[in-house]
Design a protein around this ligand. Structure first.
Ligand code: B16
Ligand code: MG
Length: 214
């Protein structure tokens, strides 16, 4: 396989936004009168905002009418945006920007494939936006991972076929989405929590071009 494009998930791959999602969801939970732990937060990784709210309400044993859910999600998002507005370049995960430079130097395209609707704010704050040939995020897709839509759209916008793309993912639903889209997938994380990937790395430190040769 000749890799011509790399598609990166955002949270857990390029940056650890999960800690800010956690702070904001925990704040909402405490306002609603229940506790939300870091372990509970693991269930929200890679999951869409509205599905995350449903999981949070399930954890708290709360039932909320459908028409009240948007307001709760918006409240959490306002807090989350407040936190991520303070992010800067220092929060890029180790080795990521160097790997981007290696890819660019070798004419390999870079795309984002994220569920987040706040991806532009995050990439701009990290100073990474200019590396991307395509940015597909929660504002552009109608089907959440494990549906492959986010990754197939990213390949399309790079003018590449899925078989020419490699996906980097930290969440099992994302790994499944990449496989469903007929793409190679490199998991970022630990073998204890992830399966069905083509390769796995703990992070991007010391990573070179040989990683994407299959
Ligand atoms: P937002 P990813 C995901 O990012 C997060 O992992 C997940 O926790 C979050 O709920 C989702 O984005 C939506 O984010 O509320 O900012 O639209 O891993 O797909 O980059
Ligand atoms: Mg992720």
């Amino acid at each position: 396989m000749n890799c011509k494009g790399c598609i990166f998930d955002l949270d857990g791959v390029i940056v650890d936004t999960a800690k800010y999602h956690y702070l904001a969801w925990k704040r909402l939970a405490s306002e609603m009168g229940f506790d939300f732990t870091e372990k509970d937060n693991e269930r929200l990784k890679g999951v869409s905002r509205m599905r995350s709210l449903d999981i949070l309400l399930e954890v708290g044993g709360k039932t909320v009418p459908e028409d009240k859910k948007e307001a709760l999600a918006a409240k959490k998002n306002n807090w989350y945006v407040e936190y991520i507005s303070k992010m800067d370049k220092s929060e890029i995960l180790p080795g990521v920007e160097n790997f981007f430079k290696t890819l660019k130097a070798n004419n390999i395209k870079i795309a984002l494939g994220s569920a987040s609707k706040n991806s532009m704010l995050i990439l701009n704050n990290l100073g990474l936006t200019d590396y991307f040939d395509a940015i597909i995020d929660g504002n552009k897709v109608s089907k959440a991972k494990p549906d492959p839509e986010v990754f197939t759209l990213a390949a399309k916008e790079m003018n590449l076929s899925p078989s020419e793309c490699v996906v980097f993912e930290d969440a099992q639903a994302g790994i499944e989405a990449a496989k469903a889209g007929n793409m190679k997938v490199i998991a970022v994380g630990s073998e204890e929590n992830l399966k069905d990937f083509d390769k796995i790395i703990p992070g991007f430190e010391g990573v070179g071009l040989d990683l994407i040769s299959f």
